[in-house]
Design a protein around this ligand. Structure first.
Ligand SMILES: Nc1ncnc2c1ncn2[C@@H]1O[C@H](COP(=O)(O)OP(=O)(O)OP(=O)(O)O)[C@@H](O)[C@H]1O
Ligand SMILES: [Mg+2]
Length: 536
């Protein structure tokens, strides 16, 4: 591995990297930094949590002069939380060099953003909806931009964002340096991406499996109605430091976070219908550990980097393999280990197998945690908490009563009773969640398989391993999930008006929310699509 001091970077940038605690580059950083500094267009693919942000951030801040007063670089991200996080990292990287960067996202006061833009940032990190809004207001001009990064490129170029991205890129001079990054890069997206790139270099450090290797993956087969019980047992048994639980819809997230709170877990929900203030609060609490459990829709699936997340639980199976890879990738980051658990209802087993095939990773089945395992887990945690307090030795004022109690009762009895009290069992609070319909795998039409057409859902790596397979998922190129159901996006809250920006920048999957208009798919996409999955 190459040390950051060996890249020939500006000393101020190296100092910033060192202060961030990085010494050695990760593989994607080692490969992309020199190319990006040269100004080479590239598609960078590497597993979740392997430092793609710095892979584009370091060359970006290296190439910009602090005296520059125009916007020269644009980074686009699919969600607000990610834009904020990436801006934070870019800010740190450019700190000593005096590079000015600014996040621009929906839900935040636009007047405040306009004021911040007057400070002449050189790098804008934004979500497409709000960016377009500023462009229309002429508060952001892109005619000096010479570098564009699409973080989570496959998500950004997927149908829900394509039009916005196209409109934005049309305003950026074509003489520019463009870089795309993601942990997943389906072939059809790669092809599409080439529209925006100039002789791109493919930099791929995806070894055998697409998902990150330090994540222990398991699934539990469970009926819809047993899911909540399974979840609370799993949380008790595993006692995560921090956990993210993914639910399929916003309603699910609301109900689930409320149910968890009732049962005594410190949980809150995150989805696109919350106000930006609420979203910021939830993220802040999760990042500083004031809550242990974040319940979220796919709005939290991509890019978020919260240290201490030891567990990801898919309460509902994700719609597609990419979503699975990104969701579980919220743990097992930066060399740390993590655990990912997925609940699968009996009718969804085929869908799980599809995810396994595409991600090339067999997910072992585990039994539902028993009540005994759950209780044992909870007791262990309470005992650990007591020992922690004992070690702190800061309870002198309790010693008097302890001596009195020990005079009258047996010590084991006393401690067991205290443990029971502290463990705080709230199992008797009854919980009722609205059931979600299962995801179903539709039978693949045999003519597609035999016609020599490539199969969907491929993750062909550069170098072409696995090319040309007739069957299976390796040789394929068209990713096709759920024809019209995927890619619905929030079309409320248009532009122009002072308020009411809605959540245009988050493409959340509102499968069941009928108040959202499903976006029409264009014909080329349709003909690409074999409708692998339908959403019942
Ligand atoms: N060279 C490095 N040494 C140590 N830690 C690093 C290094 N580069 C990045 N990190 C840390 O690794 C974590 C993951 O980085 P980052 O969020 O950029 O991953 P990513 O590849 O973009 O993941 P995702 O696909 O989920 O978006 C961050 O906490 C980051 O600070
Ligand atoms: Mg990232």
């Amino acid at each position: 591995m190459k040390l950051f001091s060996e890249f020939g970077l500006d000393a101020k940038v190296v100092r910033a990297i060192t202060e961030m605690g990085f010494e050695e580059s990760t593989p994607i950083q080692e490969k992309t930094i020199p190319l990006a500094i040269e100004g080479k267009d590239l598609i960078g693919q590497a597993q979740t949590g392997t430092g793609k942000t710095a892979a584009f951030g370091i060359p970006l801040v290296s190439r910009i002069e602090p005296s520059e007063e125009r916007i020269v670089a644009l980074i686009m991200c699919p969600t607000r939380e990610l834009a904020i996080q990436v801006a934070e990292e870019i800010g740190k990287l450019g700190r000593f060099k005096g590079i000015r960067s600014l996040p621009i996202y929906g839900g935040q006061d636009i007047v405040k953003q306009i004021r911040a833009l007057k400070k002449k940032p050189q790098i804008i990190i934004g979500t497409p909806g709000r960016l377009l809004d500023h462009i229309n207001r002429k508060t952001i001009k892109l005619d000096s931009v010479n570098t564009v990064v699409l973080d989570e490129a496959d998500e950004m170029l997927d149908m829900g964002f394509m039009e916005d991205i196209q409109s934005i890129l049309q305003l950026v001079p074509s003489e520019r340096h463009t870089m795309l990054f993601s942990a997943t890069m389906p072939e059809n997206i790669k092809r599409l991406a080439k529209q925006f790139l100039n002789e791109p270099e493919h930099v791929s450090v995806i070894p055998k499996q697409v998902s990150a290797p330090l994540i222990a993956q398991s699934y539990i087969e469970v009926h819809e109605k047993q899911k909540f019980e399974a979840l609370s047992r799993l949380l008790d048994m595993e006692s995560p430091e921090l956990a993210i639980i993914f639910g399929r819809t916003k309603r699910r997230v609301d109900e689930l976070s409320e149910a968890l709170q009732k049962r005594g877990y410190s949980a809150e929900g995150l989805h696109g219908d919350l106000s930006q203030n609420q979203r910021d609060n939830v993220m802040r609490k999760f990042r500083d550990g004031s809550i242990d459990v974040l319940v979220a829709t796919d709005v939290a699936a991509r890019g978020l980097d919260v240290s201490g997340v030891t567990h990801v639980i898919n309460f509902d199976l994700p719609q597609d393999p990419e979503s699975y890879v990104h969701r579980i990738g919220r743990t097992g980051r930066a060399g740390r280990e993590g655990a990912a658990w997925t609940f699968v209802t009996p009718r969804e087993i085929d869908h799980l197998h599809f995810i396994e095939k595409v991600t090339r990773h067999r997910i072992p089945r585990k039994p539902l945690p028993s009540l005994a395992e759950a209780i044992e887990g909870k007791q262990r945690i309470t005992a650990e908490r007591i020992i922690e307090v004992v070690n702190q030795d800061d309870f002198a004022e309790y010693k008097g009563i302890a001596i009195q109690l020990l005079d009258q009762y047996d010590s084991v009895q006393l401690l067991a009773a205290s443990l029971k009290l502290l463990t705080g069992d709230k199992k008797d609070v009854s919980i009722e969640l609205t059931p979600e319909d299962p995801l179903r795998a539709k039978k693949r039409r045999p003519d597609i398989r035999n016609s020599g057409r490539k199969m969907p859902g491929s993750y062909v790596r550069d170098g072409g391993r696995g090319q040309g397979g007739g069957g299976g998922y390796r040789g394929g190129s068209d990713r096709s999930y759920s024809g019209g159901d995927r890619g619905r996006r929030d079309s409320r809250g248009g532009y122009g008006g002072g308020g009411g920006y809605g959540n245009r920048d988050d493409r959340e999957r509102n499968y069941r929310d009928s108040d959202r208009g499903a976006r029409k798919y264009d014909d080329s996409r349709k003909s690409d699509s074999n409708s692998e999955f339908v959403n019942s």
